[in-house]
Design a protein around this ligand. Structure first.
Ligand SMILES: Nc1ncnc2c1ncn2[C@@H]1O[C@H](COP(=O)(O)OP(=O)(O)OP(=O)(O)O)[C@@H](O)[C@H]1O
Ligand SMILES: [Mg+2]
Length: 228
């Protein structure tokens, strides 16, 4: 599903920053993988590359058979729409849209009929426990509720690859546990490939494999016993 060969990413600026310093990685279809590492180790940068949101400075990234490093912005955007759903570290909800409209947005963009959108949105809001908030604006929600809206919006499209940056970062233990269970169910029932960036050892133990980053390099890569 995902193959990275010697991937580097540097950010130019007043002083150049090497965010990724040569990553080699294979992630198979249907795997559920956690990425951990200190702040600044390159986790979000790596996730952005996997999702086609950015391109590497050098190296190759093949996702679902497509070499993203060589694609134009337009091609990558088409790829994202059909293949990837993304739970951002900073939610990125549309402030003027109600909860249900935020969740429906990717389906609208994909041209899905209104009736089908309504059914899917209702189902996924129930799954994240926000059915009573569907007519609220993001500003009227708590941080954890906003996070759940972002998760619902990612789940609603049934994309084969789900990328999540700290999906349980702002949730209490019980809510975090529910979201992890939900992600595991999606993984099991739909065969979705899931990559989760997390600081939380408990979240990592819900995955099948743990990749550790340090200073833009893979420092460890091992199977996790806790994955059921
Ligand atoms: N757009 C950018 N321009 C310049 N430097 C950047 C940019 N994005 C990230 N960096 C730098 O690249 C490095 C890796 O950043 P990244 O966001 O991937 O870290 P992270 O592991 O996700 O950290 P955190 O756990 O704090 O979210 C950091 O040193 C960061 O300052
Ligand atoms: Mg980050």
């Amino acid at each position: 599903m995902l193959q990275l060969h010697d991937v580097t990413k540097t950010f130019a600026g007043k002083s150049e920053v090497t965010a990724l310093a040569g990553i080699n990685l294979n992630i198979g279809a249907g795997e559920m993988v956690a990425i951990m590492g200190p702040s600044g180790s390159g986790k979000s940068t790596l996730l952005n590359l996997l999702g086609g949101l950015d391109v590497p400075t050098s190296g190759q990234i093949v996702v679902a058979g497509k070499n993203l490093a060589g694609e134009s912005e337009k091609e990558r955007s088409l790829f994202r729409r059909s293949q990837v759903s993304y739970i951002f570290q900073a939610y990125h909800l549309m402030p003027t849209l109600k909860v249900s409209q935020n969740v429906a947005l990717p389906l609208h963009l994909a041209g899905i009929p209104a009736g089908e959108i309504a059914r899917k949105v209702e189902r996924v809001l129930k799954e994240v426990g926000l059915e009573a908030r569907e007519n609220h604006l993001p500003d009227e929600l708590s941080g954890g509720e906003r996070q759940r809206v972002a998760i619902a919006r990612a789940l609603v499209t049934d994309a084969p690859l789900l990328l999540a940056d700290e999906p349980t970062g702002n949730l209490d233990t019980a809510r975090g546990e529910e979201i992890l269970n939900l992600l595991r169910t999606i993984h099991r029932e739909r065969g979705t490939t899931i990559v989760i960036v997390t600081h939380d050892h408990h979240a990592a133990s819900a995955c099948d494999r743990l990749i550790k980053l340090r200073d833009g390099r893979v420092e460890g890569d091992s199977a996790v016993g806790g994955g059921k």
